[in-house]
Design a binder for this molecule. Structure first.
Ligand SMILES: O=C([O-])CC(=O)C(=O)O
Ligand SMILES: [Mg+2]
Length: 634
């Protein structure tokens, strides 16, 4: 493949370009980082690190979560930042602080109370929050991210404490280009934005959807090494159609039905224009300040329409369509190896995808891209024949659309219910009974892989899964909807109904299952958290101007290559969530290579510089650095 042959050359060029970028970004940073030895930092516990220059003093330092160290300020710092006497006398090191916060977290009785505790910690001291998160990533990802973030989103208005991120609402139309200057950071690397219209598999949660960008960006920092001060969570509050929220006096979003049609797209356009003015992306190859926009949890078909509208204009991607696709493809590729097959056998698979929304269609497009890339199918049409897609009415068949009738291919609410758009149309199977149900379809086509992207808990019936097991030595069962309560089946069910033969992956975490024969049924978390942090890190590090489909394809291959043969044999497809930083590093390196290969960045690399090292070195590590006040310097 082309990427492989030129990788060496790309490495050297890419590296020097990125070094220059880093220097540029350090110089233009509003808060300047300098070597500590250049200043008198007498008795500072931390030497040989950078210092952080700030214009803040006194309580403003203590109450800024990006600056605060809680009880860890040194005597020197207390003096020069005018906080002497404002904190308890003992200077405590971070490991002691970690002991305290972990203990306080452990005595929280419910996942939701842990969520609230962690949010409060993040609002007090981000460095400590990220240290704790990284040290206990596997345990805490399930709190700040799926599944608990789902519950926190549903309750967001009643557990509200402090604001985080930015809200743009229907009453802000005409003002967004001024509002963006209310955000205090001049440098933003990643924005995650949602309109709250399809929060995980939970549907329309309006402005409560804010918890999702916050959670995703926490993973961007913890797993992807993006700097905490360079992330911005955003909600576009265009109203909600959720009656319960509209009638709830505590709800904090706009109390009207969603804007749709032209009003909706004009709203998003105004927001994008405001963002691009405040943090311009690449302008005709002259790379200026750069921001990556991740669209998150937009309902179908808005998710696709926005992606298609902006993907060639700005640096953006849609997480549910593209990163879910990358990780699911990685799971299927790894499962081929786990079944003793080669990754190149993908085109021989028969795949059923239950769910035809943004995630379902996105996942299948990624699989098709890979089949075409492997060259075993001649055309995309041939690849489409390997995938059977169902929506809530069964197999996509003739009745939903009289094939070729483009007049029915419409977007948005105007589209007649039950009809398909041009993306879903590709999967219509005219040679099978129309609207066949899942069980009959499995019996008929004997699929090797069963994917669930419906958002509806329990749609994989016992009969469906048992039939999968009849036809496969190792049936691949991926109930991918989030959170766990919306998974198409549980891990217990998948292993029980396949007599322990399943290769299992879910969107939200499930515990391994003890099988009656004493063996362990291994569960895998096939969640886009394996892909988006690394893709973002790669784009930010390489300063790529666009996020290309090849980046997702290469990310999938990189992730599929991580599990060892013995892990694969046991049914382990990915390393555990505790290894996310390692996975992100690998993904980001591959993404950088693609960026250089495709000419999506113009920065030069120095001779001999290695891209993988550069990615690793650019990752944020939560450690306290000495704080110095501008006035003190003068
Ligand atoms: O957030 C997650 O766990 C995965 C995701 O993007 C979704 O389900 O919408
Ligand atoms: Mg999502």
């Amino acid at each position: 493949m082309a990427f492989a042959t030129s990788r060496l050359l790309v490495r050297t060029r890419a590296h020097s370009a990125i070094m220059k970028n880093r220097n540029d970004s350090i110089i233009r940073a509003s808060t300047v980082l300098l070597k500590s030895q250049q200043f008198s930092t007498n008795n500072d516990p931390i030497r040989d690190k950078t210092v952080h220059m700030t214009s803040s003093r006194g309580v403003n330092v203590l109450h800024d979560p990006l600056l605060s160290k809680g009880t860890a300020f040194s005597i020197d710092e207390r003096e020069r930042l005018a906080i002497r006497g404002l904190v308890p006398p003992r200077c405590q090191e971070m490991d002691k602080q970690i002991l305290r916060v972990k203990h306080n977290l452990d005595i929280c009785e419910t996942p939701l109370s842990k969520f609230i505790f962690l949010a409060a910690l993040q609002d007090r001291n981000e460095t400590l929050f990220y240290k704790l998160l990284i040290e206990h990533l596997e345990e805490l990802a399930g709190i700040i991210y799926t599944p608990t973030v789902g519950l926190a989103s549903q309750r967001s208005h009643s557990i509200y404490r402090r604001p985080r991120g930015m809200y743009f609402s229907s009453q802000d139309r005409g003002n967004m280009s001024a509002m963006v200057y209310n955000w205090p950071q001049d440098e933003v690397d990643v924005i995650v934005v949602t309109d709250g219209s399809r929060v995980l598999g939970l549907g329309d949660l309006g402005a409560n959807g804010m918890q999702i960008p916050i959670g995703k960006l926490s993973l961007y920092v913890a797993a992807g090494g993006i700097r905490p001060r360079a992330v911005l969570p955003v909600v576009l509050d265009v109203g909600t159609n959720n009656e319960a929220l509209l009638n709830d006096p505590l709800y904090l979003g706009m109390g009207h039905p969603r804007l749709e049609g032209d009003d909706y797209y004009a709203f998003v356009e105004e927001w994008i224009t405001a963002i691009m003015t405040r943090w311009p992306s690449n302008v005709s190859n002259i790379i200026t300040i750069h921001v990556l926009i991740q669209f998150e949890d937009f309902k179908y078909p808005h998710a696709y329409n926005l992606l298609n509208k902006y993907r060639d204009r700005i640096t953006c991607f849609n997480d549910d369509i593209q990163s879910t696709s990358a990780i699911t493809l990685a799971g299927i590729l790894a499962s081929l190896k786990a079944r003793g097959l080669a990754q190149e056998d993908l085109s021989n698979e028969r795949i059923i995808c239950v769910g035809a929304g943004s995630a379902g269609v996105g996942v299948c497009e990624g699989i098709i891209d890979c089949m075409v890339d492997q060259g075993k199918v001649k055309t995309r049409e041939e690849a489409y024949r390997r995938i059977y897609m169902l929506d809530q009415n069964g197999l996509l068949g003739n009745s939903a659309v009289s094939a070729g009738d483009k007049s029915r291919v419409m977007q948005g609410p105007e589209r007649p219910k039950g009809s398909l758009d041009e993306r879903q149309l590709c999967y219509v199977k005219s040679d099978l009974p129309d609207r066949m149900n899942l069980e009959d379809l499995i019996e008929e086509v004997k699929p090797t892989v069963l994917l669930g992207l419906t958002g509806i808990g329990g749609v994989f019936s016992e009969k469906a899964i048992r039939t999968m097991a009849q036809h496969n030595e190792k049936p691949v069962i991926f109930p991918l909807s989030n959170p766990d309560t919306h998974a198409e089946c549980t891990a217990e069910q998948a292993f029980k109904w396949t007599d322990g033969k399943a290769i299992f992956a879910s969107g939200s975490p499930f515990k391994d299952v003890k099988l009656p024969n004493g063996k362990i049924g291994r569960t895998n978390q096939c969640n886009n958290s394996y892909s988006f942090p690394g893709i973002g890190l790669g784009v930010v590090t390489s300063k790529a101007s666009r996020v290309s489909p090849e980046m997702f394809l290469e990310a999938a291959k990189a992730i599929a290559d991580i599990a060892t043969p013995s892990q694969l044999k046991e049914g382990i497809l990915f390393p555990g969530v505790s290894q996310l930083r390692h996975v992100s590093n690998k993904v980001a390196t591959r993404v950088c290579e693609v960026a250089y290969q495709q000419g999506l960045t113009t920065k030069k690399l120095k001779e001999g510089e290695v891209l993988a090292d550069l990615v690793r070195d650019s990752m944020y590590d939560p450690e306290y650095v000495p704080l110095v006040n501008h006035h003190h310097m003068a």
